[in-house]
Design a protein around this ligand. Structure first.
Ligand SMILES: Nc1ncnc2c1ncn2[C@@H]1O[C@H](COP(=O)(O)OP(=O)(O)OP(=O)(O)O)[C@@H](O)[C@H]1O
Ligand SMILES: [Mg+2]
Length: 142
């Protein structure tokens, strides 16, 4: 399944995230691809809101990993930009998060190598010529 959204504001990015939030189940990995400033963190903020979080999702750029308890499951937000390789991901407890049924949203998933499972949901963000317009492509296995 592939679905493409053309969004023209942060609010529209949140609306797309709210649709994607309905696809999430415990153990889902959401791999967020796209350049600096493409809207990955903004999208996770939209996921958090749609999942019923009361506190805002902040960028984990400096913390690498932040966890939030939603009513359904734990949402774990990772930014791997500063990681050097997949071993670091093991050190921050990635396998345990998946085993315990968290949803793990990962910015810069390329750094995780083959630790991104085959059934991950992939979300690709592209900038456009318009400053606030982004193209968001969501694809799931099968
Ligand atoms: N349609 C849009 N969707 C998302 N963000 C937008 C949009 N239009 C403008 N923006 C702005 O673009 C920026 C996106 O930043 P964000 O932190 O979400 O990017 P990122 O992909 O997480 O970057 P990084 O790789 O540096 O973590 C924000 O400042 C946001 O206000
Ligand atoms: Mg970010």
């Amino acid at each position: 399944m592939t679905k493409t959204y053309t969004v023209r504001s942060v609010e529209e990015t949140w609306q797309a995230a709210a649709e994607v939030a309905k696809l999430l189940k415990p153990g889902t990995v959401v791999a967020l691809h796209g350049d600096l400033g493409a809207g990955k963190t903004t999208f996770v903020q939209g996921l958090g809101f749609a999942l019923g979080l009361h506190r805002p999702v902040t960028s984990p750029t400096f913390t690498v990993c932040t966890e939030y308890q939603t009513p359904g499951f734990k949402l774990v937000h990772m930014d791997l930009y500063r990681l050097t390789g997949p071993d670091d991901l093991l050190a921050i407890g990635y396998p345990e998060y998946l085993e315990t049924g968290a949803v793990v949203a990962i910015e810069w998933p390329e750094r995780a190598g083959d630790l991104i499972p085959p059934d991950a949901l992939h979300v690709r963000f592209s900038l456009t010529d318009e400053p606030e317009t982004r193209v968001i492509e969501v694809s799931a296995a099968e």
